[in-house]
Ligand binder design. Structure first.
Ligand SMILES: Nc1nc2c(c(=O)[nH]1)N[C@H]1C(S)=C(S)[C@@H](COP(=O)(O)O)O[C@H]1N2
Ligand SMILES: [Mo]
Length: 326
């Protein structure tokens, strides 16, 4: 008999559609007003709910959407309503609060060049549109767990980061991939806070970078990615805390040295390199045991590797001495 092992968090795919989402905007606004999520200022669900169209019809990649769904990745919960994912954001380049979508729309998305350098056969610079057009785009339904203990479930469109690594052709000495965001203090207000270590930097081991789950995202909800979610392209590593999933990347550098990330530079006792989700390892200032599901405000148990252990747990065998969960 053929028995397929279905992870505990799986859900029939038909249930993970917006039609099945119970969502009462008025009810949520009320709750949001009474209990700000983790002390966030200005959640921004006013009367004027803005659903970003991103680059909209003018997006040079609009014809690539929607991409077909990869059914390998299943959710245990409904998708988060699009208007929440596009109006409740962490994007510190535009401020240290959640209501950054409007300012983020100032970010000029074209021209956008991507630099591949460091330990590669030959450093190259590629135009973002030319590059994305070479990729086979697919949609994946994935959970995202912020270190602040809120979570969302999003239909992202993109491609495996591995395809970019293949194009970059790292040398055998490359152990890590460092990713760097933009630096435009004249446009991004948060970057005028010069005591912060701009630009935003994140890193993965090359092994993590080529894992099948690791994704470069260029769209969401069947459309080009809105500015505030990290256009024109961002990382999604769903088994790690959200801060690892760097937005609006400009540079990919292969190194033999472990990169120091933006958050690690700011608070190394609270944010580390690995940052794998683990409900049993609290943040120094709060528990990671549960998470608030954005949209319903339900509190649900957090799962080790955010429920993606079957894809990634093997990456950490033999690394027990490392701070894998912060
Ligand atoms: N460049 C950049 N990338 C970033 C951040 C940021 O401030 N700047 N915030 C991170 C954090 S903490 C989270 S939770 C996610 C939020 O992504 P979302 O706004 O699309 O939900 O982006 C991550 N990537
Ligand atoms: Mo986050």
């Amino acid at each position: 008999m053929l028995i397929k092992t279905i992870p505990g968090w799986s859900l029939p795919e038909r249930k993970a559609t917006p039609e099945n989402v119970f969502w009462n905007r008025r009810e949520f606004s009320k709750r949001a007003a009474t209990g700000a999520i983790l002390g966030a200022t200005g959640i921004g669900f006013g009367e004027n709910l803005y659903v970003s169209k991103g680059w909209g019809a003018e997006d040079p990649l609009a014809d690539l959407f929607p991409a077909s769904r990869n059914k390998r990745y299943v959710l245990d919960r409904p998708l988060t309503p699009k208007h929440l994912v596009t109006t409740y954001n962490n994007f510190f380049e535009f401020g240290s609060h959640k209501n950054v979508w409007k300012s983020a729309m100032q970010l000029p998305l074209r021209p956008w060049q991507l630099r591949f350098d460091g330990l590669v056969e030959k450093p190259i610079t590629l135009d973002v549109d030319a590059l994305i057009r070479k990729m086979a785009l697919e949609e994946r339904l994935l959970r995202h767990r912020c270190v602040e203990a809120w979570s969302i479930a999003v239909p992202w469109t993109g491609f495996p980061l591995k395809s970019l690594v293949d194009i970059a052709r790292p040398l055998s000495g490359a152990k890590y991939l460092k990713m760097t965001g933009f630096n435009m203090p004249e446009i991004a207000k948060g970057q005028r806070q010069t005591w912060l270590p701009w630009p935003y930097v994140e890193g993965l081991t090359v092994e993590e970078a080529v894992n099948e789950l690791t994704m470069i995202v260029v769209g969401a909800y069947g459309q080009p990615l809105p500015h505030q979610n990290g256009a024109p392209l961002r990382l999604i590593v769903p088994w790690k805390y959200g801060f690892k999933s760097i937005k609006s990347i400009q540079r990919f550098t292969f190194t033999h040295e472990r990169p120091v990330s933006f958050w690690q530079e700011i608070a190394s006792k609270e944010y580390g390199f690995w940052a794998n989700v683990n409900p049993q390892v609290p943040h120094p200032r709060w528990s990671q045991a549960t998470e608030k599901v954005l949209g319903t405000n339900e509190r649900v148990p957090t799962q080790i590797y955010n429920g993606y252990g079957e894809f990634v747990a093997h990456l950490y065998e033999g690394l027990e001495d490392e701070n894998l969960y912060m």
